[in-house]
Design a protein around this ligand. Structure first.
Ligand SMILES: *Cc1c(COP(=O)(O)O)cnc(C)c1O
Length: 395
């Protein structure tokens, strides 16, 4: 089997698993308990917090553990909206191709009376700091822009956007779920106020994430209850999960450059191989791109059929984000970069990690063009294109 869907989730690293095991077995205490067994767990939590802080270049007390990236996004946005409203500021700026954890939270806030501006991301999926500066008004309480896109891999100029927001005194949140553990991030230098991350996108466990909140930026809880996470996130902590997240993140950050170099080389080889397929186009930026992301649209095929046939060949891929697959709507990300509906339907995302090999890339470069050709030969749309009854969108 070739696993090429690391943007959907990753395999748990053995280092993370080993770090977690004691907290699933002998160290099962509740971190809020005063006896030694509980305190052992409490210490592990604080160690994990320190580790995460080191990787992001912030202070441990600026890290709040959550149940994942979605919760971190929800909390950051809801909190900034709440504090904005208290000061009469009800305008939020984001982009049209955010993750649904952001877009659906913003849609809910719109129903509650907030105004949301979704910036145009252009054909490569990039937002400029100038666009952000122009969109900010006296009413703006939050700018939320993802660090790197989960479908097309484009990396945003986060430091420059952070600078604009800081100058205009507007809170800046970034969904960095695809970036953390894969790109070097310095929340101070990049002037980020809030950042979301998720363990299972960098070989940590699922169901655990974190929110960085810069000291001085107000934060309100999403989940009320006990006093955990300094009263910002109630609920007995997922101790083993948090320990595993920290271990995986440390491992990723310790090997960041070597992993990025290796994965980028695999990515470029795969892109070059798939670019030979006629009437196909790479989605996203060629340069400002996540090391492991390969995303294409192929005209005249259905992405879902392609995935099923690739699965038969043992290749795990995606047609967009895992959250939207299963629905027949084309990806909002591909529509946001201007792909027409019929082209957006023929999408393929392969996301690599440092465990993928050159032999796997060679196998994909051999198999995928064959499967695309097979599907095209059965497609009435492709027949019409060949006959000239309709014209190609991708030349
Ligand atoms: C995976 C992902 C999320 C959601 O994270 P979960 O931990 O699965 O809730 C949010 N944003 C982006 C960009 C993602 O890739």
């Amino acid at each position: 089997m070739i696993y090429a869907d690391n943007a959907a989730t990753t395999k748990l690293s053995p280092v993370a698993l080993q770090a977690m095991l004691p907290y699933l077995t002998e160290h099962y205490g509740n971190p809020s308990s005063l006896y030694t067994l509980g305190q052992r767990a409490a210490e592990a939590l604080e160690e994990a917090r320190k580790t995460v802080a080191q990787c992001l270049h912030c202070r441990p007390e600026e890290i709040y553990f959550t149940s994942g990236g979605s919760e971190a996004d929800n909390q950051a946005i809801r909190s900034a909206a709440r504090w904005g409203k208290m000061r009469g500021k009800t305008h939020i700026i984001s982009t049209a191709f955010e993750h649904h954890a952001v877009l659906h939270t913003l849609a809910a806030l719109e129903k509650e009376g907030f105004t949301v501006t979704l910036l145009d991301v252009g054909p490569e999926g990039r937002v400029t700091p100038q666009q952000v500066a122009q969109a900010i008004t006296d009413e703006t309480c939050l700018v939320t822009i993802m660090y790197a896109n989960n479908e097309i891999g484009t990396i945003q100029p986060i430091g420059e956007i952070g600078k604009v927001c800081r100058e205009k005194k507007v809170t800046f949140h970034t969904d960095a779920v695809q970036a953390v553990g894969h790109l070097a991030i310095d929340v101070g230098a990049e002037q980020i106020d809030m950042l979301s991350l998720s363990g299972h996108k960098f070989h940590g466990p699922k169901g655990v994430g974190a929110l960085y909140v810069r000291k001085g930026v107000p934060l309100s809880p999403l989940i009320e209850g006990g006093a955990q996470e300094r009263r910002k996130r109630a609920g007995t902590e997922n101790v083993a999960g948090i320990v595993g997240l920290a271990a995986a993140l440390k491992e990723a950050c310790d090997h960041l450059d070597a992993n990025a170099a290796k994965v980028t080389a695999l990515r470029d080889k795969l892109i070059a191989g798939l670019a030979a397929i006629p009437h196909g186009a790479l989605n996203g930026s060629r340069e400002d791109r996540l090391p492991g992301n390969v995303s294409f649209c192929f005209e005249g095929i259905e992405g879902e059929s392609l995935l099923l046939l690739l699965d038969d060949k043992g290749i795990c891929a995606s047609s967009g984000s895992a959250c939207t697959s299963g629905s027949l709507d084309p990806s909002h990300v591909l529509l946001a970069i201007g792909r027409p509906h019929e082209v957006a339907h023929g999408s393929l995302r392969l996301s690599l990690c440092e465990e993928n090999t050159e032999a796997e890339v060679d196998a994909m470069v051999r198999d995928i063009p064959q499967v695309v050709e097979y599907l095209r030969n059965m497609s009435p749309v492709w027949r019409d294109l060949q006959k000239g009854d309709r014209s190609y969108v991708i030349q």
